[in-house]
Design a binder for this molecule. Structure first.
Ligand code: SAH
Ligand code: SF4
Ligand code: F3S
Length: 440
């Protein structure tokens, strides 16, 4: 099956990481990366279906690619990931250009499925309900020599009423701690200095393993002991499962970064209950206060949904109040998108779309102004960054991230190379980034 492949990825870090595995599996079979669809013998989409606009993007891109395929019928199109898992055969009905549909549980079988698609008269579809081989066991073609994602669990056992993830990613399955630590050791010996531990709910890590241990906190300590890994991040912890032991481990482990992404979703207790989140706004605020007390300089970020079914102006105001109280360094904000098959999709939703958009605009304005003021607090201070490479925003600068995960654009300096950990004096701040110069 040699030839050239193009891989397009949508969605979250899990998908980005799965794509490294998809690329790894294809490259092991002798395929090379193509730089455009025109040069590709195979185009693979790794899809997302978290909100309707993710679905629309994929179908839009498939439409565009269909005309390329009409010119070159030998080109193969494969669609995998969450939308494929959700839509399955419907995807083939909506696009006749697709040759193969695979899901979130059978990345390991991709080469066999492609071979099958080669000899088959019609399109091939394989969607499994359970994971046979954890993608983590597959070869990966990593995007960065210095930073790596490490899967600690797949799937999700929660039932947030707005969320499609449990139905596409399945039940939570944790990887054995020894496998995770071995992978981190291997990565460190390859030159990786930063790992991001990935799971839909990292705080429930290990609950499905024998003896219900280790806890996530134990895992953090084990990865902290890996020599060569100087920065450990993780995403996402669920607020209801954030235990004091995790905060303690974060505070005590030198390599665990001072960063917490803790999705709150809403500041209204009524909406949080309807979302099935399992905590109240007051408890969330207490948890972050504990975390900030224990971890000096903590960078805190969150996810917020606006316009959940039945959200009143008073509920929305409670979200704004929570944002004011929490003073997040940053927040991903979303307008609620009904996902067929989820509990919330059947709820009465009288709020007009214009009103949701207007709330969304008010929320992002507040989030951005707080983010900016938090970044301004850093002006004049030194921060440690891991250099990533040339800045995408301004080619005369190079970029890196602080331990808190903040993006910093640094005036180019020939003493700095990608992969270096350097100290930068912050000179300027915007809502989404800092600027600075190398500190001597
Ligand atoms: N497992 C992660 C979240 C994964 S989805 C966690 O629980 O932290 C990432 C974010 O997308 C969620 O935190 C939520 O804010 C948003 N999201 C999920 N479903 C959504 C929907 N139906 N409409 C709008 N936003 C949604
Ligand atoms: Fe979705 Fe909730 Fe699971 Fe996160 S914890 S993936 S929001 S069901
Ligand atoms: Fe991630 Fe989207 Fe799937 S957010 S888990 S790629 S639905």
């Amino acid at each position: 099956m040699p030839g050239r492949y193009l891989l397009r990825t949508f969605g979250c870090q899990m998908n980005e990481h799965d794509s490294e595995r998809i690329a790894g599996v294809l490259e092991e079979r002798g395929l090379e990366q193509a730089d455009s669809a025109e040069n590709a013998d195979l185009v693979v989409f790794n899809t997302c279906c978290i909100r309707d606009n993710a679905d629309q993007r994929l179908y839009g891109q498939l439409g565009q690619l269909a005309s390329e395929k009409a010119k070159r019928p030998d080109m193969k199109i494969a669609v995998g990931g969450c939308l494929a898992q959700k839509d399955g055969a419907r995807l083939l009905e909506r696009s006749s250009a697709v040759d193969l549909v695979f899901g979130t549980h059978n990345v390991a079988r991709l080469p066999e499925l492609l071979d099958l698609a080669d000899v088959s008269d019609g399109p091939v579809l394989e969607i499994l309900e359970e994971t046979e081989v954890l993608a983590a066991a597959l070869p990966a073609s990593r995007r960065s020599p210095f930073s790596a994602w490490v899967t600690i669990s797949v799937g999700c056992d929660n039932s947030c009423t707005f969320c499609i993830v449990p139905s596409v990613r399945g039940r939570e399955v944790s990887r054995a701690a020894t496998d995770i630590v071995d992978e981190c050791e291997r990565l460190a010996s390859d030159g990786v200095v930063e790992v991001t531990l990935l799971g839909q709910n990292v705080n429930s890590y290990g609950r499905d393993l024998d003896g219900r241990r280790p806890l996530f906190a134990d895992l953090l300590r084990s990865v902290d002991a890996v020599e060569g890994i100087g920065r450990i991040r993780f995403t996402s912890p669920h607020p209801k499962d954030l235990r004091p032991e995790t905060i303690e481990a974060m505070a005590e482990c030198a390599s665990v970064c001072e960063q917490l992404h803790l999705p709150v979703q809403s500041g209204s207790d009524r909406i949080l209950a309807a979302m099935h989140r399992g905590y109240r706004a007051g408890r969330y605020l207490e948890r972050i206060e504990d975390a900030r007390r224990s971890i000096p300089g903590l960078t805190l970020s969150t996810d917020i949904i606006v316009g959940f079914p039945g959200e009143t102006e008073a509920d929305f105001q409670a979200t704004l109040d929570l944002v004011e109280a929490a003073r997040f360094d940053s927040a991903f904000t979303f307008i609620y998108s009904p996902r067929p098959g989820t509990a919330a999709a059947g709820m009465n939703d009288p709020v007009p779309p214009e009103e949701k958009r207007e709330r969304y605009a008010r929320l992002t304005e507040l989030v951005d102004s707080i983010a900016w003021s938090k970044n301004l607090d850093l002006v004049g201070r030194p921060v440690e960054i891991l250099v990533e490479g040339p800045s995408k925003k301004d080619p005369s600068k190079i970029s890196g991230r602080t331990r808190g995960g903040k993006l910093v654009h640094v005036s180019d300096d020939d003493r700095i190379r990608a992969g270096d950990v350097v100290t930068v004096l912050v000179g300027g701040a915007a809502s989404h980034y800092l600027t600075g110069d190398l500190a001597l």
